[in-house]
Design a binder for this molecule. Structure first.
Ligand code: DAK
Length: 278
């Protein structure tokens, strides 16, 4: 996939894993408007996976050069230390609104990427950094990871989706407590709360574990994974009956794929499935 060139991101693709690294270690990878703009461009490319229809329709056409995305931060000290406070301090109201809307669009676009996105947090994931990680399918952390929504320290509230996605991920009580206190929690506490799926001792082990998970998913039908992701995303927060309607739509779409024909035939013929990804 051609992602183009970037000032604030480093992108590397290897064996179906795209690793997107936010690369502003001098500012602890804070989300400047440039970072947000570049993340939007990356998401636009990633949302072309699966062909013209992507996961939004049944017209998946088998183009899956990337089977999973690792999102991480450079420098070993932070995933992302939040919105860029320096830049934000001098923003006008209009610029602030544009900034917030751009970041909302990035989190929605990241959620829509039709392959798994794993946020690998090594160091601080604070404020907008924690909110960016929450837009990933799941979070893996190194032992030195620290999470928090410290906006109340700045007279702010979470502005990039934290008041919505944190409660979805860890439940209302713990989310309220983290947001009202601005408290920072370590990796072990984040694991206990269900904010992160796994904790690994070092950065290398963190990235290897995430790549291994992508490889595990890559052995499955990409259309099925994309449609499952769509079901989960679209039904989050909805009443059960509405969620089931969404699920039925994904199920129907899966029925129309060659992957479904191959998967069921392989089972009956007692062989490994080779999914065409359509
Ligand atoms: N923005 C800009 N620069 C940052 C930064 C940030 N968020 N965090 C750190 N830096 C910079 C520091 O200024 C410092 O730069 P120099 O002084 O060297 O030039 C450098 O990174 C290293 O930081 P420290 O010297 O502070 O490093 P320490 O190890 O001592 O401390 C720390 C690490 C993560 C505890 C500390 O840096 C820290 O507290 N950082 C700020 C964390 C934070 O409060 N993040 C912001 C959360 S609020 C909006 C919607 C949403 C938002 C904003 C607007 N709209 C609707 C408009 C989101 C807001 C947030 O994310």
């Amino acid at each position: 996939m051609d992602f183009g060139t970037f000032e604030t991101l480093a992108i590397e693709t290897s064996e179906g894993v795209a690793t997107v690294t936010i690369n502003r270690p001098e500012a602890l990878n804070a989300l400047s408007t440039k970072v947000v703009e570049e993340l939007a461009r990356v998401c636009e490319v990633l949302n072309q996976l699966g062909g013209t229809g992507t996961a939004a329709s049944a017209a998946l056409d088998g183009a899956w050069p990337v089977r999973g995305v690792i999102l991480t931060g450079a420098g070993g000290k932070a995933f992302v230390a939040g919105a860029d406070i320096r830049e934000m301090a001098s923003m006008s109201l209009d610029e602030g609104e544009f900034y917030a809307r751009s970041m909302h669009a990035v989190t929605l676009a990241l959620e829509a990427v039709p392959v798994p996105v794993i946020a690998c947090v090594d160091g601080y994931a604070l404020g907008g950094g924690c909110e960016l990680a929450l837009a990933a399918d799941f979070i893996y952390a190194s032992e030195r990871a620290q999470f928090g929504q410290p906006e109340v320290n700045l007279g702010l509230v979470p502005g990039f989706g934290g008041s919505v996605r944190l409660q979805q991920r860890i439940g209302l009580g713990p989310a309220r407590e983290l947001i009202y206190t601005g408290r920072r929690i370590d990796a072990a506490e984040a694991l206990r709360l269900g904010l992160v799926n796994r904790v690994l001792p070092t950065r290398d082990e963190l990235l290897s574990a995430a790549a291994e998970t992508v490889r595990e998913v890559a052995a499955k039908s990409p259309t099925a994974v994309a449609l499952a992701k769509r079901s989960i995303n679209q039904s989050t927060g909805r009443p059960t009956a509405e969620g089931l309607t969404i699920e039925a739509g994904s199920f129907r779409a899966a029925f129309a794929t060659e992957d479904k024909r191959e998967g069921t035939a392989a089972f009956l013929e007692k062989r490994e499935a080779v999914f065409p990804g359509r």
